[in-house]
Ligand binder design. Structure first.
Ligand SMILES: Nc1ncnc2c1ncn2[C@@H]1O[C@H](COP(=O)(O)OP(=O)(O)OP(=O)(O)O)[C@@H](O)[C@H]1O
Length: 641
């Protein structure tokens, strides 16, 4: 039984469904130790035959038997494995992978063996030594001469110790001296017990082998034995395996490093999209936090003010009575309800100066102690003034008013609807920084003021204290839903606290819009990655063909491109994080100086989100180009110029 047998091989190419027969019944037998030259006119089908023998082409009729076993029905995977283990290719135009060093070119084949990493490197170095290129192993292919390139290709073809070496015009691009050197190397290969099949146009090259097979018009017209085949000695084979995922990832990184400039530009471009998204999220959180901080530094977030609902016919604020308090108290999560009073226009006299306080209000729990900048919250017969109001009496030193007496005059209607002025001397207990509540005192003090003129005091709002912040919106909704006997809404929420949730909704909305705009730049990044990967697939078509010829599986080719996309996504998101940190630091520094608050609030979650989004987008963008790369036909890819 022959080592390799071709049985009646027929092959036709179809152009516009018209068959062009190329091989018209080729039957040949080959044995190890033979150096067979295939001669024939150009276009006679020699390369076609080599592709069939080499397991690159499965579209033929007839059969190829290796050690008696048919390749006819081998699957794509089985053919990959056949090329890895059994075939070593040497091409006329060398077909080295340009972005890999000479050593790494040889390593591609070795990475598909079960040798240890060290054994692989040692073997690659030894093979390069055998072809006289050990010193050049760290060079790239474009730094070598034609003859040197072909010697690298020979070292690579021998790396996985295949039984068959297929050489398609190996000396076609070389001068006479290099041709002699390459032929000597091929002699050595056949001498080592391998089957060497060499396609050539040159009679001189053909004469060098042990046998010449001549093809004409798609059939073998001459088969001539020149010498005895070399002796075959058995030796330990190098066990093969498919390319590991780690090796694919390393190859992707090597390619990225080779095209560093371009990849850095892509990474920079893609990082802008991620950067803007993280920044917008951080800005949204920061601004919302700032506004809430400003509001909540004045008022207690779990307290809401409730007044009777006014209408256009009855714009006056109406009395909040004991039964309203009872009603409000019944709502779930309401802890406490306090009556309050607010009015406009009080005359304040101090040291010969008079000023009008636009807003007079009773203090409640809603006011936080920290909003009192100096002094303390007012007690009975005490008053708290805002800083700007206090400045009306002492522009330079408003705080000096603390402890001083002021004369307060408020006007109210008596039961005959006649305005009555109520006057009382109160002590300034403290100064606030807030803009609201120019004049604040206790409910008791106001009540006394009314009683001093025998007037009836009527509270006009209630402060509802809620047990926790998470229940505020729910309680607010319930209060708004309460109705009068005739079905009209009874209460309205007043004060800054009432608008916080609405305000937050608007801020949130505004930043969603900004985040969406940032998302568009993310989309642009994704499209850029898709385009770049498609270009990369086109550029690397030949490389894909080479890898497939060496036995790299479709899945590995796909992983190669997906790995590159993964790293593009990862690196651009990391760069985006650096940009974000720098911008956030700078912006927060400025913001702290002016408003005392970190306006960009970036959380660890946003950073993780940014990295994840970037990687996912890159991988999604890479799906189509990497599938295209994996599906490329190896013969067409190899022929790609
Ligand atoms: N993919 C293809 N589609 C159609 N025709 C093809 C295709 N590939 C090769 N052919 C044709 O098949 C014939 C044989 O081509 P092949 O490359 O096998 O010849 P060859 O003997 O190796 O030629 P050369 O010595 O010039 O390299 C040629 O006529 C070529 O035009």
């Amino acid at each position: 039984m022959s080592f390799l047998e071709l049985k009646n091989i027929h092959k036709a190419y179809y152009v516009n469904k018209t068959p062009f027969p190329v091989l018209k019944g080729i039957s040949l037998k080959f044995d190890r130790g033979e150096f067979v030259s295939i001669l024939g006119e150009s276009g006679g089908g020699k390369t076609t035959l080599m592709n069939i023998i080499g397991g690159l082409d499965a579209q033929y009729e007839g059969d190829v038997l290796l050690n008696g076993e048919s390749l006819r029905h081998a699957s794509v995977k089985q053919l990959d494995s056949y090329r890895r283990q059994t075939i070593g290719f040497i091409f006329q135009n060398f077909n080295l992978v340009s972005h890999l060093s000479i050593l790494d070119n040889v390593m591609i084949s070795l990475q598909m063996t079960k040798l240890s990493k060290k054994e692989q490197r040692d073997r690659a170095t030894e093979l390069l030594d055998q072809v006289g290129l050990k010193e050049h192993r760290h060079k790239h292919p474009n730094q070598l001469s034609g003859g040197q390139k072909q010697r690298v290709a020979i070292a690579r073809a021998l790396a996985s110790d295949p039984d068959i070496i297929i050489a398609d015009e190996p000396t076609g691009a070389l001068d006479a001296q290099n041709t002699q050197e390459i032929l000597a190397l091929m002699d050595q290969i056949a001498d080592s017990g391998k089957l060497v099949i060499c396609v050539t146009h040159s009679q001189a090259v053909a004469d060098h082998g042990t046998r010449i097979v001549h093809m004409a018009d798609g059939v073998i017209d001459r088969d001539e034995q020149l010498k005895d085949p070399f002796k075959v000695t058995d030796h330990a084979e190098v066990p093969a395996k498919h390319l590991s995922f780690g090796a694919t990832v390393r190859m992707a990184l090597q390619h990225m490093r080779y095209n560093l400039g371009r990849n850095l530009l892509i990474i920079f471009g893609a990082s802008i999209g991620i950067f803007s998204v993280i920044l917008m999220l951080g800005l949204g959180r920061g601004v919302k936090g700032y506004i809430n901080h400003e509001i909540y530094s004045q008022i207690k977030p779990t307290a809401v003010q409730v007044a009777q609902k006014t209408s256009s016919e009855n714009p006056q604020k109406l009395e909040i009575k004991a039964k309203d308090v009872q009603r409000l108290k019944k709502i779930d999560h309401v802890k406490k309800v306090q009556l309050g009073y607010a009015t406009q226009g009080a005359q304040i006299q101090q040291g010969g100066n008079t000023a009008t306080a636009q807003l007079v209000q009773t203090v409640t729990d809603q006011m936080l102690a920290k909003s009192v900048k100096k002094g303390h919250k007012p007690g009975q017969n005490e008053v708290l003034l805002s800083k700007s109001f206090a400045q009306k009496f002492n522009k330079q030193h408003p705080y000096k008013l603390i402890g001083k007496k002021v004369k307060v005059s408020l006007t109210a209607m008596d039961k005959h609807n006649i305005p009555t002025v109520m006057t009382k001397r109160l002590t300034v207990s403290g100064i606030t920084d807030g803009s609201s509540g120019q004049f604040q005192t206790t409910l008791g003090t106001i009540k006394q003021l009314y009683h001093s003129k025998n007037l009836t005091f009527r509270a006009n709002f209630a402060t509802v204290d809620i047990d926790s912040f998470s229940h505020v919106t729910g309680v607010q909704d319930k209060i708004r839903a309460l109705t009068t006997a005739n079905g009209k809404k009874q209460y309205q929420l007043t004060g800054a606290g009432a608008i916080v949730s609405t305000l937050n909704t608007y801020i949130q909305l505004a930043f969603y819009v900004l985040a969406a705009i940032a998302g568009i730049s993310l989309l642009v990044s994704a499209i850029m990655i898709i385009v770049v990967l498609y270009i990369s697939v086109s550029e690397r078509t030949k490389e894909i063909g080479i890898l497939r010829a060496l036995g790299v599986r479709r899945r590995d080719v796909k992983n190669l491109f997906l790995s590159e996309a993964f790293f593009l996504g990862l690196f651009s998101s990391l760069l985006a994080l650096v940009f974000t940190e720098i911008v956030a630091l700078a912006a927060n520094h400025v913001a702290t100086t002016y408003i005392g608050y970190h306006i960009i609030g970036i959380t660890g979650g946003y950073l993780v989100f940014g990295v994840a989004v970037s990687i996912i987008i890159s991988l999604l963008a890479a799906l189509a180009p990497s599938s295209r790369a994996a599906k490329l036909d190896p013969i067409e890819a190899l022929a790609y110029e």
